[in-house]
Design a protein around this ligand. Sequence first.
Ligand code: URA
Length: 433
Amino acid sequence: MRMVDIIEKKRDGKELSTEEIQFFVKGYTEGTIPDYQAASLLMAIYFQDMTERERTDLTLAMVESGDTIDLSLIEGIKCDKHSTGGVGDKVTLCLSPMVAACGVPVAKMSGRGLGHTGGTIDKLESIPGFQVELTSEQFIQQVNDIKMAVVSQSGNLTPADKKIYALRDVTGTVPSIPLIASSIMSKKIASGADAIVLDVKVGEGAFMKTVKEAEELAHAMVTIGNRVGRKTIAILSDMSQPLGYAVGNALEVKEAIDVLKGEGPEDVKELCLTLGSYMVFLSGKAPSIEKAREMLKDVLNSGKGLETFKAFIKAQGGNTAIVDHPKLLPQAKYKIEIPAEQSGYIKKIVANEIGVAAMLLGAGRETKDSSIDLSVGIVLNKKVGDFVEKGETLATIYSNKENIEEIKEKIYSNILVINDKVDKPALIKGIIA
Ligand code: URA
């Protein structure tokens, strides 16, 4: 088989065979196919697209390029959740104990943040003593004992995706539905879950800017998941503004605890109930989505979710006292309130720019190797559609730097206040099953 023939076939809009896709993925991962030929094929895929069968073959070839996690020693149907990335997205922290308290085993691998989006592992590391690395025996034992564990990605999962993604990043081939869908799904499938609930973010702060694009990506991922025997569904959720109020690691942990206490922002709670209902249902712990939602509400009202969260922190070596005493989380030196410059309705809170502002404070990484400050970030005081009085606090900055003029400026220029009443955006934009 010759790589040049595969490139020409895709360039001319023809369908690649399973063997041709495997030849490309294996050869590129092993270094026998050079970057220029791989880049050429990726560009041909970008323009010519792939059939459902090709997308599934590409996903499976990437799964087979490295290790896969065997969760078969965990009792029950394992359901994973994946978010395509957003600002203020602390959902894993509150959703996992909620569904675990309903009896669903949550065996989760998470990542660190990069750029304007945060990562669950960084957030968890703001809990004093918390260990994000477990041996696979400890990981499995913990899920069997307390129904949940969240660890940092380890092992050599999908090396093909790592190489291909790095090449896409520098060849203008990131925004391609077959390439994004296979990249995300290969990692989920390699992580071993039986069922997958996808949270596809849509809006200015997300990868997918319109509902149409998000639907297309969601369809592509759901199709791949179901074709390889993993029950998969996708929820489209709003990312035109940050999720919840808090953006920044320790600040988000506190907000997640508030949700588990039955308090906290409505949007975070609602997203957890929606995603959680599908997870509980797909795991066979409820006969319907409606019943699953009731179970999750009970878990919040009874405090069982909070108890599971405490058990999870304890099992991974963290200080559980942070739950009742959030001041034990890392604290920033300065707390600066940003007053509204005019009265009116909040029209826009540009999510990715608020994420960048938090990153500039030190909450996020500019490059993969940057170190971060777990205590800093931004807590919004308003959501889109709310009324604000001139002089009332729009947002609070938590900083360890005294000079934050640039950040203040960024917040003012990315929260738009107008005179006319503004409707609140819908949180759930669609469900693809
Ligand atoms: N996230 C991924 O993991 N892969 C992509 O291609 C895009 C977003």
